[in-house]
Design a protein around this ligand. Structure first.
Ligand code: UTP
Length: 224
């Protein structure tokens, strides 16, 4: 399969050490044997810290986004270190480059591209660009809930949802630099138009990536 994996910076940098990079590096290497893999790395806490400093320096939103993008690219480089020769050594700046680099038969790792969306959207656009079979989003929660699980004890995990229902659900969420809470709506629009098979799973348990690829009952599936 051709698989696009988006992994949040908040997953890889949770402990602020190399450990999660190594863990995901090993899993991605094992997947590279039978699949064509693209990985999009998020910014996490460092991106939000840098964006906050830029904002205090009166930078506009697009500049703040650009600062966030630089951090995602830096995180992407760290993942290429963990992947060694399994990774294409350059971080693509755009989708065309990502597609070109994949022709060398290695895992392509990238960060953000341009302002006004998150790396979730980069993953969804890339998946459309390369005509991927599957888009897996590794995030810091188990999937999408019917209400905020931090506030409501009876919040239920939604196993399957259409892109339209998801857009409706997220329509009032904040989309400023560094503030994409769960999944950004640009990503959902892309998923909708390309009928992209998408699974959102908790990336703190790296086995969830394998489960999502094996179509096991895990996380939230976006259905068409
Ligand atoms: P992330 O995609 O990592 O945002 O990009 P996030 O969802 O807040 O963070 P994690 O990794 O899941 O914890 C960080 C920031 O970089 C900018 C946005 O401001 C985003 O919030 N960004 C990123 C862009 O503007 N364009 C991109 O293509 C990617």
């Amino acid at each position: 399969m051709k698989i696009v994996v988006a992994v949040g910076g908040s997953i890889l940098l949770k402990e602020n050490t190399h450990k999660r990079f190594t863990e995901y590096g090993e899993i991605l290497k094992s997947l590279a044997d039978g699949h064509e893999i693209f990985v999009i790395v998020g910014g996490g806490r460092p991106a939000r810290d840098y964006i906050a400093i830029a904002r205090d320096l009166d930078a506009g939103e697009a500049i703040c986004d650009d600062i966030g993008i630089e951090v995602t690219r830096l995180n992407a480089r760290l993942l290429t270190l963990a992947l060694g020769e399994f990774a294409y050594p350059k971080i693509p700046h755009n989708f065309q480059e990502a597609n070109e680099f994949s022709a060398y038969g290695r895992i392509v790792v990238m960060g953000g591209t341009e302002p006004a969306h998150s790396t979730d959207a980069v993953g969804a656009i890339l998946a459309e660009y390369v005509n991927a079979d599957l888009f897996v989003n590794l995030t810091s929660v188990d999937g999408m809930y019917d209400k905020d699980p931090n506030k409501f004890e009876d919040a239920k995990l939604i196993k399957e949802i259409t892109a339209d229902d998801m857009l409706d659900f997220l329509k009032d969420k904040n989309q400023e630099a560094g503030t994409y809470e769960f999944f950004d709506t640009t990503a959902i629009h892309m998923i909708k138009r390309s009928k992209l098979k998408t699974v959102i799973v908790n990336g703190f348990d790296s086995k969830n990536l394998i489960k999502a690829i094996n179509d096991e009952n895990v996380g939230t599936k976006i259905i068409n």
